[in-house]
Design a protein around this ligand. Structure first.
Ligand code: TMP
Length: 201
């Protein structure tokens, strides 16, 4: 099973992923956790370029393509092999982040962006996507200086379009998406996530 975590900045994905991983491992599943962009040596180098606060001149199309380059690598090197071996993959962000951020956030043509994502993933889609939904201002406020990247510095309106994009994606595919109110305590969020995932397994 391929499970992805999505959500606006500061929604608590990186807190929740290890909790779900432990929960599933205790039940005997082979779980691999990873993140996007990154998760491979090449992908982490690309992440550095995309997120560098100095790269203010980066065009949205450049940004879109760099995310797909990192994604193609993680799909082939990490995600597909673990799924093929019968394991569960938990990924912190995946293709839906490109639709939400580069598509809705930058207001690029959604069909073109989807085609690029399809090329990068060769059609590998998540079985379940957990959307940790949160007010944009709350999420950005949760981020500390050390975590601040070039995308966090985009205007609040950009991040509001991203959140609206996620809501639209969840509406279009209700069988895949689980939307969770991430303003609750981490324990309450974890309980909802674990219940949902175990029910699907
Ligand atoms: P994060 O590790 O703090 O979630 O940072 C990843 C950032 O990259 C976040 O701002 C969302 C952004 N992103 C995209 O814009 N498009 C993508 O396809 C992915 C995977 C991430």
């Amino acid at each position: 099973m391929f499970i992805t975590f999505e959500g606006p900045e500061g929604s608590g994905k990186s807190t929740q992923i290890p909790v779900l991983a432990d929960f599933l491992r205790q039940r005997g599943y082979s779980v691999l956790t990873t993140r996007e962009p990154g998760g491979t040596e090449i992908g982490e180098q690309i992440r550095g370029v995309i997120h560098d606060l100095k790269n203010t001149a980066m065009h949205p199309r450049t940004e879109t393509l760099l995310y797909q380059a990192a994604r193609a690598q993680i799909v082939e090197q990490v995600i597909r092999p673990h799924l093929a071996a019968g394991g569960i993959v938990l990924c912190d962000r995946y293709a839906d982040s490109t639709i939400a951020y580069q598509g809705y956030g930058h207001q690029q043509n959604l069909d073109e962006v989807r085609r690029l994502v399809g090329y990068a993933t060769e059609g590998l889609n998540p079985d379940v996507t957990l959307l940790l939904d949160l007010e944009v201002e709350t999420g950005l406020g949760r981020k500390t200086d050390g975590e601040w990247n070039r995308l966090d510095a985009y205007a609040v309106e950009f991040h509001q379009r991203v959140r609206g994009g996620y809501h639209q994606l969840a509406l279009e595919e209700p069988q895949r998406w689980v939307t969770i109110d991430a303003s609750q305590t981490p324990e309450a969020v974890a309980e909802i996530i674990c219940k949902n995932v175990i029910a699907r397994l």
